[in-house]
Design a binder for this molecule. Structure first.
Ligand SMILES: O=C(O)c1[nH]c2ccc(F)cc2c1NC(=O)[C@H]1C[C@@H]1c1ccccc1
Length: 232
């Protein structure tokens, strides 16, 4: 998170850190007791290794009472996701067991009504992604408020030049922005997850390149279908 600040500990109890060999790779969030939603691109550098999912954390390194690392039973990228673009950039992770829910570990509801969030709506993003242009990595969860910008503005040829589909949304990226390592985390508007930070490589903090999120509502049926078919 660029231009943000340290989150109040455990006020975002849905936040997940996707880790490989104890290293934070991407964000994610709890959408059901045994399911975390993140971004498909985050699996690119893992050559088939499964993530571990850290829940209930504020600090990535310090011992905290409700912090717990979960093994992953299955990782299901959206079938339409690919390395060439940001389309369908969603990843479902089934935990080995149901997460123990408490004040520090909670499910975040996601938007099911497929309607654009109005431009200028101020939404929040949080994550353990880079906090400086030089790539400094924070130990504690950071957050930032960002206004939604219209698809038309985001698609301007000097911005993302008509690559933003109706299944994506954008926020202003002037100075304050999501960045590498925040991908997979939720964009929360009025307490509901409306988007997932896309994990394609993108410059951060430059107003000419707004932040891009995968809208969740268009994928509600896919998400429900995967969770229902794997339930046992
Ligand atoms: O965050 C992303 O957008 C993104 N997209 C990817 C694609 C392949 C891939 F192998 C990784 C990623 C990845 N994350 C990262 O590189 C994470 C490792 C870097 C990081 C930044 C800040 C704080 C901690 C760790």
């Amino acid at each position: 998170i660029l231009g943000g600040y340290e989150a109040k500990p455990h006020l975002r109890p849905y936040m997940a850190s996707l880790q490989l060999d104890g290293q934070h790779v991407c964000g994610g969030f709890l959408i059901a007791e045994q399911w975390v939603l993140s971004a498909a691109h985050c699996t690119e550098g893992t050559n088939g290794k499964l993530f571990q999912v850290l829940l209930g954390a504020h600090s990535l390194t310090e011992p905290e009472p409700h912090k717990r690392l979960y093994r992953v039973r299955a990782q299901i990228p959206h079938p339409g996701s690919n390395i060439h673009n940001n389309r369908d950039d969603l990843l479902l992770l089934q935990l080995e067991e149901k997460a123990e829910l408490n004040a520090h570990v909670k499910v975040l509801p996601f938007q099911r009504e497929d309607r654009d969030v109005e431009a200028d709506t101020v939404c929040e993003a949080a994550g353990w992604g880079t906090v400086t242009h030089s790539g400094r990595r924070p130990d504690k969860l950071q957050q930032v408020e960002r206004p939604v910008i219209s698809r038309d503005l985001c698609n301007h040829r000097t911005r993302h030049d008509h690559t933003i589909t109706e299944k994506m949304m954008c926020t202003d990226s002037r100075k304050k922005d999501t960045c590498k390592g925040d991908s997979g985390g939720p964009l929360v508007c009025n307490g509901v997850a409306e988007g997932v930070v896309t994990a394609g490589s993108r410059v951060c903090g430059n107003y000419k390149k707004p932040a891009i999120y995968t809208r969740i509502a268009p994928y509600a049926a896919w998400i429900d279908g995967v969770m229902a078919s794997a339930a046992r």
